[in-house]
Design a binder for this molecule. Structure first.
Ligand code: NAD
Length: 309
């Protein structure tokens, strides 16, 4: 698996990383045996970056991932988790909760330190609290050796410059903004690179829209976006191709984006994703699919407070 530098952290991250939200059942049930096999296969294939959060499956994803990683030497993988989001509408970025949250995550993940700790979905709260309270608390946790690098995540791209203009960060985690119908993250790269921040991209399949599979009930996309993605999937199927394969190949193709997290449910998905990123992208198919998706280009959905989007 090809690796790239994550900003100036010194971390080398695989171009495709293991997103562990599905281990919490977010995309449907996953048995613990299947999760353990997926994690073991990922390590074997060099997919050695794992991203999780207390919110995923309301702590279940961290517990399942911690069990699966427990037999693997700690220096074989990079581990990222989050603080601040604990339910669909439950957020707490106070210093006390942030510090307690890290302790709880370390216990569930069965490690003494995480490599990256991220303030989760910050657009749902006043950004001043994240800057003034949560990030300083994470600096304390880092000084105590509980985390190595600090970042933020969320959907609206404007949150990144808002925060980074006021406080330096090691990483940002952006999702659904570097896909076959959204170039938003790539447009932000000059600014993010000037800030020397490590860019983590997530959701190359737009949380399932760019696969042939069914969507989870909670998916926020409107019907026009869904219909265009279905048309793209049908077109690929008629051509004997896979929209998911093209989507992942597109997402990892930008060398300015060090890593792309895909949500993983099974060993089969790990193996497929590792194989796909080693294969060349079909430029003709890419042009056809981009034409089908042109009507929804740059389209997204609302997330968080209107003041933050
Ligand atoms: P995704 O775009 O990676 O889609 C996940 C879906 O794709 C799942 O249903 C999965 O089973 C399926 N899939 C994976 N490999 C496949 C394959 N080879 N063929 C067909 N389907 C395949 O979306 P995601 O899971 O939301 O994002 C990836 C990860 O990024 C998450 O697990 C999480 O770790 C992280 N993330 C973080 C945030 C945040 O911090 N706010 C938001 C979104 C995602």
């Amino acid at each position: 698996m090809h690796h790239r530098h994550l900003g100036i952290t010194g971390l080398q991250v695989p171009i495709v990383g293991f997103g562990a939200s599905p281990l919490g059942g977010v995309f449907g049930p996953v048995e613990t045996g299947e999760a353990a096999q997926a994690v073991a296969a990922a390590i074997d294939l060099g997919i050695d970056l794992f991203d999780v959060a207390p919110y995923y499956g309301l702590t279940r994803a961290e517990t399942v991932l911690g069990d699966a990683l427990s037999t693997i030497p700690r220096d074989r993988y990079t581990l990222a988790t989050k603080v601040g989001r604990y339910g669909a509408d439950e957020f707490d970025f106070t210093a006390e909760r942030v510090l307690r949250s890290i302790e709880e995550s370390l216990r569930r993940l069965r490690v003494e330190t995480v490599d990256i700790i991220t303030c989760h979905d910050i657009e749902f709260v006043p950004l001043e609290q994240v800057i003034g309270e949560a990030v300083p608390a994470l600096h304390r946790a880092r000084d105590q050796g509980k985390a190595r690098f600090i970042g933020v995540s969320g959907l609206p791209l404007s949150i990144y410059s808002h925060v980074l203009d006021q406080v330096p960060l090691d990483t940002i985690l952006s999702y659904c903004h570097h896909t076959l119908f959204d170039a938003g993250l790539a447009e932000q790269l000059p600014y993010l690179q000037a800030q020397r921040v490590g860019v983590i991209n997530a959701s190359p399949f737009a949380m399932g829209l760019l696969t042939a599979g069914p969507l989870p009930d909670w998916h926020p996309a409107g019907e026009d976006i869904r219909a265009a993605c279905r048309a793209a999937a049908d077109h690929c199927a008629r051509r004997g191709a896979s929209l998911a394969r093209l989507s992942l190949q597109f997402s990892v193709s930008n060398p300015g984006i060090p890593t792309t997290l895909t949500g993983i449910r099974s060993r089969r998905e790990v193996e497929q994703n590792a194989a796909w990123v080693a294969e060349p992208m079909d430029a003709g198919l890419l042009a056809e699919v981009e034409a089908i998706l042109a009507p929804i280009r740059g389209r997204s959905w609302r997330s968080g407070r209107s003041a933050n989007s």
